[in-house]
Design a protein around this ligand. Structure first.
Ligand code: FE2
Length: 243
């Protein structure tokens, strides 16, 4: 049943690596299938093949590697990518930029594949030293993309900027980076297993915090506006059978 929808790289991986959890295969294959069917057809035909090849041969194995190491991190990234896709749907943003934002959300935390599980799964609050180690997932993620120049050029911003602040547009974060930052925080703050010492908040509460954060320069106004409009009345927008 699952094998029927597997992209070739995942099917090959399953025959060579029996240790990939079935849930990880399901999440990555469903996500890549949705991207191929719903986002790729919208982008200019001359760029489509490169995106498709990169999705199949580069992004898929990278996401599987993250999921194999820490399934919760992969789930958060993919759920976030579905949120991103949903909020962008009714906007006039260029289709290729939409693709960058959705895939950027999917890869922002890939560096966590190199962070020890004792820290990623620690039940209490992290010490300063542990927090610093977790934040190494940003340079680790960028170094993983070193081997994939196309992906690095297209999606590197998401990794590099997803823990920065908007700083009223005067800092190092682009509007796209603020979008990924908001999307990541939205999922983390509303999900039980992503932040062990905090109670999950409602979408409404988190969206209000984003609006408040515009005034302090934490988030980009346009980015918050896109999420406020796109998330209205929403409780979930991802395939709930496996997420
Ligand atoms: Fe992160």
């Amino acid at each position: 049943m699952i094998k029927a929808v597997l992209p070739p790289s995942l099917a090959k991986l399953q025959t060579t690596d029996r240790n990939v959890p079935e849930n990880v295969v399901k999440m990555v294959s469903q996500f890549t299938k949705d991207v191929k069917e719903r986002l790729l057809p919208e982008i200019p035909s001359q760029n489509r093949l490169q995106w498709e090849n990169s999705l199949e041969q580069e992004l898929t194995p990278i996401l599987v590697k993250l999921g194999k190491h820490h399934e919760i991190s992969l789930r958060g990234s993919i759920k976030g990518a579905y949120y991103m896709k949903h909020v962008l749907e009714d906007t006039s943003i260029d289709p290729e930029e939409k693709l960058r934002l959705v895939l950027g959300m999917a890869v922002q935390d890939i560096g966590k594949a190199r962070i020890p599980l004792e820290i990623l799964d620690k039940p209490g609050k992290l010490s300063l030293e542990e927090y610093r180690l977790v934040m190494q997932h940003v340079p680790f993620g960028l170094s993983i993309l070193q081997d994939y120049p196309f992906l690095k050029k297209q999606l590197g911003f998401a990794i590099a900027e997803h823990h920065l602040r908007w700083e009223f547009g005067k800092g190092r974060q682009s509007p796209g980076g603020s979008m990924v930052n908001i999307c990541d925080e939205l999922d983390a703050a509303t999900t039980k297993d992503r932040d062990y010492y905090r109670k999950p908040k409602t979408f409404e509460k988190v969206l209000q915090e984003f609006k408040d954060g515009v005034h302090s320069g934490t988030y980009c106004f346009e980015a918050v506006n896109i999420f406020s409009q796109g998330m209205k009345g929403l409780t979930s927008c991802y395939p709930t059978d496996f997420l």
